[in-house]
Ligand binder design. Sequence first.
Ligand code: UDP
Ligand code: MG
Length: 226
Amino acid sequence: MWRRVASFSPFISSTKSSTLSQLGPTLKIWESFTTGAPIPVNHGISSKDSTPFITFVLGGPGSGKGTQCAKIVDTFGFKHLSAGDLLRREIACNSESGSTILDTIKEGQIVPSEVTVRLIRREMELSNNHKFLIDGFPRSEENRIAFERIIGAEPNIVLFFDCPEEEMVKRVLNRNQGRVDDNIDTIKKRLKVFEALNLPVVNHYAKKGKLHKKSTCADLCSRSRR
Ligand code: UDP
Ligand code: MG
């Protein structure tokens, strides 16, 4: 159950049709899309017609961010921006910052904020959608502050997928996406970075009352109940 606002359990369900039929009426969290006051934007993407509705999606490696984002996009029509995918795209197209990004990802470290925020900003500017699901960002307080400064907006809500380390390691090692960082050595580094740098961001938004936390340890929890 989401600790602050509402049950989000349909997103954990694997059946898309049942997910779609249950979501709208039950998820109070999403009422804010129609009733919540938008966060004022002073510059950057504010020149677009609609005030953006920004959702950050946080969680450790393998906590299920991408999977849940796909369901949210299907159901609510968000523009999904995965920071990791945007960075990997820079590597794939040999952009100017591609080799630095690759070295950083291999080490499980965080790419300089300016690089990541520039990529996110470009996608936001190019999109006709004003509802953004920003997945895997911000990963540090420095990331967060850079986003607020460059984009000129704060997130309206922040989703946090909380998952035990053992489960995250298992999922990352099993996902077979051919990623350079999905190996046990890099995963250990990513988990340390997550704890040291990402959790302070989670705590920041918890204090601001914007955090909606969901446990994604379905496998482990159901096993321990048996
Ligand atoms: N990354 C980063 N900044 C971001 C998002 C990702 O530096 O805002 C890098 C970081 O090295 C991270 C990697 O990209 O370990 C993969 O991130 P992604 O969100 O794709 O994967 P996850 O670790 O959440 O499975
Ligand atoms: Mg991801």
